[in-house]
Design a protein around this ligand. Structure first.
Ligand code: ADP
Ligand code: ADP
Ligand code: ZN
Length: 216
């Protein structure tokens, strides 16, 4: 199973990715999580990525592409993977196709979690994340069992610095311009599957499972 998750910021990609990864035993690869881990460790990559992330801009393609290639070469990706937040540009998508083809492989599915813009701001400003394990919560739609504490690992959950209304609006504009074209890109390759992301977290997971059970 080689799958990518598409959808605007706040669509629920990270939330669904955790459940998909568990149910289908494939590694969840989130470029956002990789960048955030590097930022918290103050690596060179983290310092470079932070310049863009803080402004809600995309990290340059060259850098992002090379990080994903390195990750996909790891052993745990041999039987499949779930990419969350990558690709975000046509150039990244082409690089992924090229890389997989070089390794005699290809994508099985591009899963779009469709959520209209009017839902996004509330999802993003209410989002809380675990800095240790990357779990995503929402103060209203998906609160942790104990307020402020990650259900999975017990760490204190935080609000992401780039989840402010101004940055969110910037990220949505960039999504429309740079990432939206990927919908046609994958439709043309007959890989696109769309689920309605406006329903509850459980309902969206059910829609996704129905699609994934077909290619398992
Ligand atoms: P969200 O969950 O809101 O969609 P992510 O956690 O996926 O956000 O990404 C956070 C930030 O990391 C993005 O706003 C962008 O700056 C950077 N980023 C993540 N993935 C990519 C990518 N594939 N290409 C360029 N920048 C990326
Ligand atoms: P993405 O990775 O696409 O940026 P997240 O998975 O982090 O999105 O979800 C964004 C926010 O919306 C989080 O606070 C999450 O708990 C919440 N959320 C995710 N899916 C749903 C849903 N189906 N209904 C309501 N809130 C949701
Ligand atoms: Zn955690």
């Amino acid at each position: 199973m080689k799958i990518i998750l598409l959808g605007p910021p706040g669509a629920g990609k990270g939330t669904q990715a955790k459940s998909i990864s568990r149910k289908y035993s494939i590694p969840h690869i989130s470029t956002g999580d990789i960048f955030r881990q590097n930022i918290s460790l103050s690596t060179e990559l983290g310092k470079e990525a932070k310049k863009y992330i803080d402004k809600g801009q995309l990290v340059p393609d060259e850098l992002t592409i090379s990080i994903v290639k390195d990750r996909l070469l790891k052993d745990d990706c041999k039987k499949g993977f779930l990419l969350d937040g990558y690709p975000r540009t046509v150039k990244q998508a082409e690089a992924l196709d090229g890389f997989l083809a070089e390794h005699g492989s290809r994508l099985n599915l591009a899963l779009l979690i469709a959520v209209p813009r009017e839902f996004i701001l509330e999802r993003m400003t209410g989002r809380r994340v675990c800095p240790s394990c990357g779990a995503s919560y929402h103060i209203k739609f998906n609160p942790p069992q104990q307020e402020g504490i990650c259900d999975v690992c017990g760490s204190t959950i935080i609000q992401r610095e780039d989840d402010t209304p101004e940055t969110v609006s910037n990220r949505l504009d960039i999504y429309d311009k740079q990432t939206q074209p990927l919908i046609d890109y994958y439709k043309d390759k007959n890989l696109l599957s769309v689920v309605d992301g406006t329903y509850s977290i459980n309902n969206v997971f059910k829609q996704i499972s129905e699609r994934l059970d077909l290619i398992k």
